[in-house]
Design a protein around this ligand. Structure first.
Ligand SMILES: [Zn+2]
Length: 142
């Protein structure tokens, strides 16, 4: 059954995504693993269930939006807290990247050049993404 998508209406001045990010932060949801789906290179994140041990929900980037495998998203077309956890993680990563880039610029004062974004990413990323033929390539989130 395809759930009807609800337009991003604001409630109390917040979008559905902003509310989902708040619910994720309040529940302490964090990204347990991330990677990509090898069949189509879609980015995937795994978020542990709040209520069930040893259960993760898969959040997948599909085009410009994210989809979750949980019931709230699937049956009720809600932007769930799992998607909010991914957005919180991405926001934290963006802040860390900006801080690393600023630190690299400070460190490069007096040297020949500033590190490029790819060079900073190579220094940070140590995951063995291309070593096996499993359908997903995952590594532990920081
Ligand atoms: Zn979900």
């Amino acid at each position: 059954m395809a759930a009807k998508r609800v337009a991003a209406a604001k409630v109390n001045g917040q979008t559905a995504l902003e509310r989902a990010c708040g619910r994720a932060a309040a529940a302490g949801l964090t990204v347990a693993g991330r990677g990509y789906r090898k069949s189509d290179f879609a980015l995937v994140w795994f978020i542990p269930s709040q209520h069930e041990a040893n259960r993760w929900y898969q959040v997948t980037q599909v085009g410009a939006h994210m989809e979750c495998a949980c019931r709230g998203y699937r049956d009720f077309a809600q932007t769930c807290a799992h998607i909010g956890a991914v957005c919180n993680d991405l926001a934290a990563e963006a802040r860390a990247f900006a801080a690393a880039q600023a630190a690299a610029q400070v460190a490069s004062i007096g040297s020949a050049r500033v590190l490029t974004a790819d060079e900073i990413e190579q220094q940070r990323d140590t995951a063995p993404l291309a070593r096996d033929n499993k359908p997903f390539s995952l590594f532990k989130a920081s």
